[in-house]
Design a protein around this ligand. Structure first.
Ligand code: HC0
Ligand code: SF4
Length: 567
């Protein structure tokens, strides 16, 4: 414990706390652009200035550790003048394109400029123009808007272990050899866009396209699908808590916006379990390639293709639930209700920027060459669409998904959390293999935030060894072990983002220390409240096998629900 004075009040904190952390705990506002609680301090923006020990020398609150007896002042005239000066300097280099900027109204620079009443008084400091990078279907980079906070660089290296972005000679983050992002080894995870406080790196937004379509459908039927992790995070965009379950409101919002049909990606998560669980049992029985890897996270698929191509045979051949849903909508559902696939537009709502990249894969087109998933909006983009249309989200009356592709189970929704695909697969594979339910449905060894989780399940005679790995940096470590021959598992779940999809690069930019924990709890709460918690008990899934696919891994399921990868 250290005791100190903060704006004249005696306060205590634990040893090693920074001034910034202590101020945030005490609800004292300190401006900052380069600091984020999930990243190590950058000390770049020079805004978190405070006076210590009655000297006029200013210290950075983000990197100054509180010492016993320290006297800290956050609100002097000296502090205020310096913060205003530094903000004005940042503004003088920043393009004034706020009205058309993707980050308008959610820009941390804009907020501070307004809060401090900064007038654009310095002569515009010309930087040489940097061509905008539209190469990636997932992300847009306009580094002219960069404020050199380096949060993207830290997210890409510290959190994801990817090292695609480094600080260039002019101080602006750059890709290797300044190549377009899509031609680098970037996996499109979007962590850089999540941490960018301004509009320099953003999702490649399709809000305008979808908004136009909703207003003028031109005879098309608009089908939406919503991913598991969106329902516990979208609330944050409307002043509610992380983890608040908003499934019904999100469906209602989509209907209000003009959706004709709203299906649930959770339905195809259940279907994935049927296919992937059967694939695993088949590989174990018939000597197929092991360990088998899950294939639903598109950032992970990019990583295997770009970094570990020798492990492509380990990937399950199952399409992701997004891919399965869009395939079902265009190849099965449309025909059943008598519309042509080309008259259906599928829009998916995902927590993930890499899903945009997945949607354009050549493998995921109909036989006649139609893209199966037409548009992907991230959770943030859906919130924007809702706000643009002035839909009052918080007071919406809940609505239900359309059927049959809207029916799901507790096993499907937990896909949104790290360990969820594994837990759902075990609930089904165990019961199919041993003809009795798992002793406990809540399989805790694969839950929680530990980077690599390992467990052994007694599969009636065989010890089924499983692992769950999330966050790209942990995945690189795991793959290194595997490359060195340390192969110890039958089945491994991989999710590129910390926490799984709930931590996706397209989720709302919450900054409270515990938003991921809260979203995770929200997901488990939905599962707990479901009567049916096993994928093979989903009645609509059973029906689709009876009426169309026959059985898992049938010829038809291979055609419509499985895929192959780029090597
Ligand atoms: Fe996920 Fe998915 S669980 S990857 O995290 O499998 O994005 O939420 O939609 O497709 O279902 C993301 C989330 C999905 C898919 C599902 C899987
Ligand atoms: Fe790095 Fe992910 Fe951003 Fe690509 S998308 S630059 S891998 S953080």
């Amino acid at each position: 414990i250290v005791k100190f004075t903060l704006n004249g009040k005696f306060v205590e904190t634990t040893k090693g706390t920074t001034i910034l952390e202590a101020c945030r705990t005490s609800d004292i506002f300190i401006p900052s652009l380069c600091y984020h609680p999930n990243l190590s301090p950058n000390e770049e923006c020079n805004l978190c200035l405070v006076e210590t020990d009655k000297t006029s020398k200013l210290s950075r609150a983000c990197s100054t550790i509180i010492q016993e007896g320290m006297d800290i002042v956050t609100k002097s005239q000296n502090v205020l003048n310096s913060v205003k000066h530094n903000l004005a300097m940042i503004l003088s280099e920043h393009p004034k394109e706020c009205t058309s900027c993707e980050s308008n109204n959610r820009c941390e620079l804009q907020d501070l400029i307004y809060r401090y009443g900064i007038i654009d008084k310095f002569p515009r400091k010309q930087r040489s123009f940097i061509p905008k990078d539209y190469s990636s279907p997932s992300l847009i980079r306009d580094m002219n808007k960069c404020i050199k906070c380096y949060r993207c660089v830290k997210a890409c290296s510290e959190l994801q272990g990817m090292d695609i972005l480094t600080i260039g000679p002019d101080g602006i983050p750059m890709t290797p050899k300044n190549k377009e992002l899509y031609t680098t080894k970037c996996i499109n995870c979007g962590a850089c866009s999540f941490y960018c406080p301004v509009g320099a790196i953003t999702e490649n937004s399709q809000v305008r396209e979808v908004s136009n379509l909703l207003k003028n459908k031109e005879g098309k039927t608009l089908v939406f699908q919503t991913a598991p992790a969106t329902r516990v995070a979208i609330s944050e965009e409307f002043g509610m808590e992380p983890g608040d379950v908003s499934t019904g409101k999100m469906v209602a919002a989509l209907r209000k916006l003009g959706a004709d049909v709203v299906f649930d990606t959770d339905f195809t998560a259940d279907l994935t379990i049927m296919e992937e669980g059967s694939e695993l049992l088949d590989r174990i029985k018939n000597g197929g390639t092991l360990p088998m890897f899950t294939s639903c996270c598109p950032g992970w698929i990019n990583m295997v293709e770009k970094f570990y191509p020798e492990f492509i045979p380990n990937l399950s051949s199952c399409r992701s639930p997004q891919g399965m849903m869009s395939s079902l909508v265009k190849n099965y559902w449309a025909e059943r209700i008598g519309i042509k696939p080309e008259d259906v537009v599928v829009v998916s709502i995902m927590p993930c920027t890499a899903k945009k990249d997945e949607a354009v894969r050549d493998q995921l087109k109909t036989e006649s060459g139609l893209q199966e998933t037409d548009y992907v909006l991230t959770t943030r983009e859906l919130a924007k669409l809702i706000k643009l249309n002035k839909v009052k989200f918080a007071s919406l009356k809940e609505s239900e998904y359309n059927n049959p592709l809207g029916e799901s189970t507790g096993a499907a929704v937990i896909f949104g959390n790290t360990g969820g695909v594994m837990e759902a697969a075990l609930r089904t594979a165990y019961e199919i293999a041993l003809e009795k339910p798992m002793p406990t449905l809540n399989y805790t060894p694969v839950r929680g935030f530990q980077g690599i989780k390992e467990a052994t399940v007694d599969f009636g005679g065989i010890d089924l060894k499983v692992a769950v790995v999330h966050q790209a940096s942990n995945i690189h470590n795991y793959m290194q072990r595997l490359k060195e021959g340390d192969s110890m598992h039958h089945f491994v779940e991989f999710m590129i983002c910390k926490g799984g999809c709930i931590g996706g690069g397209g989720e709302p930019k919450s900054k409270t220390g515990d938003y991921l924990e809260k979203r995770m709890k929200g997901i488990y709460k939905i599962d707990d409240n479901f009567k049916i918690r096993k994928s093979h008990e989903n009645k609509a899934v059973k029906q689709i096998y009876d009426q169309f696919f026959g059985h898992p891994l049938s010829h038809k399921s291979h055609h419509f629900l499985h895929t192959h990868y780029n090597d």
